[in-house]
Design a protein around this ligand. Structure first.
Ligand SMILES: Cc1cc2nc3c(=O)[nH]c(=O)nc-3n(C[C@H](O)[C@H](O)[C@H](O)COP(=O)(O)OP(=O)(O)OC[C@H]3O[C@@H](n4cnc5c(N)ncnc54)[C@H](O)[C@@H]3O)c2cc1C
Length: 265
């Protein structure tokens, strides 16, 4: 296996230009599991850990190489809450937001926040840069729009984030757990509300009918909160797999929606 270890972004772009099919390695917390089990056998790897540009976090731009350990202590509440639920301290010290996007798992805990705030993903190749909205980038379960020769440089958040942000997930135990369902809800003081849910569809699901209904309620009543949860449960499209059933995931989505809204209120 060829391993290239560039020390700057220009070096990564050169390496990818030379070998567009090279596999990118950030923290390795997803990739090395796949290698260990023999699901992936990369012939050449470009390691990103030494690239300082990827680890920068400036205002609303979070570099792909920023780890969950940094994000959990960062200023973006909804994303920090999600970061705190990722694996263990060891996993959070190594795992990155870019790797979460690269894997694009329906259970990726960073993704509901990015979907709720309509974040964009910044990509680069030797040919230049392009920016895709989250739902243009994540195209299916474990599928994304990354082209050969491209890497994720970082995530662009909106300059003004919603005032209230809450994330929670449901799993089989309290820690070190892959989500059975997850959700991030954001709300402005005027009432505008957005909710994105993970593990209940092929990509993060925005419950747009529920958002529209509750955004019109400046001071939602108990009945309105109940109705919001019911609408969210109706808008997700979960599957039954080894982790949970379709009906439990749907139920969990409704409960998460109600609880996160109550927290924001
Ligand atoms: C024990 C354990 C517990 C876990 N718990 C959770 C959890 O609770 N929640 C959760 O969401 N995840 C969890 N994960 C998965 C993993 O930690 C996260 O998805 C993490 O964000 C991956 O980041 P990484 O830097 O380690 O990615 P890597 O493993 O290095 O890479 C993952 C994929 O992204 C690609 N990639 C990496 N960086 C880039 C880039 N800059 N541009 C383009 N492609 C790139 C790689 O080629 C690879 O395909 C867990 C993993 C383990 C082993």
């Amino acid at each position: 296996m060829d391993i290239t270890r560039p020390t700057d972004l220009a070096g990564v772009l050169d390496a990818l230009d030379h070998d567009p099919s090279a596999t990118l390695l950030a923290g390795g917390t997803d990739l090395m599991v796949e290698v260990t089990y023999g699901w992936r056998r990369p012939e050449s790897v470009v390691a990103l850990r030494r690239v300082a540009e990827l680890a920068t976090w400036e205002g609303a731009f979070i570099g792909a190489g920023v780890t969950w350990a940094r994000i959990e202590h960062g200023p973006v509440r909804g994303l920090a809450q999600a970061a705190r639920t990722v694996g263990s301290p060891q996993i959070r010290n190594a795992g990155t937001i870019g790797g979460n996007l690269g894997t694009a798992s329906p259970a990726g805990d960073g993704l509901p926040f990015l979907a709720a705030v309509d974040a964009s993903v910044v990509l680069a190749s030797k040919g230049g840069r392009r920016t895709l909205r989250w739902d243009q980038f994540i195209t299916g379960p474990k599928q994304n729009a990354l082209q050969p020769g491209e890497l994720i440089v970082g995530v662009q958040l909106p300059e003004h984030l919603p005032h209230r942000q809450e994330f929670a997930k449901v799993g089989a135990r309290n820690a070190m757990v892959i989500s059975i369902a997850s959700a991030c809800l954001v709300r402005d003081p005027g009432g505008a509300t957005r909710i994105a849910l993970g593990s209940v569809g092929p990509i993060p699901i925005r419950a747009r009918r529920a958002e529209e209904m509750i955004s019109a309620e400046r001071h939602p009543s108990a009945a309105a909160i109940e109705e919001f949860g019911r609408l969210v449960a109706g808008e997700v499209s979960p599957i039954t797999d080894h982790r949970s059933t379709e009906s439990y995931r749907r139920h969990a989505a409704g409960v998460l929606a109600r609880r996160l809204l109550e927290r924001c209120l």
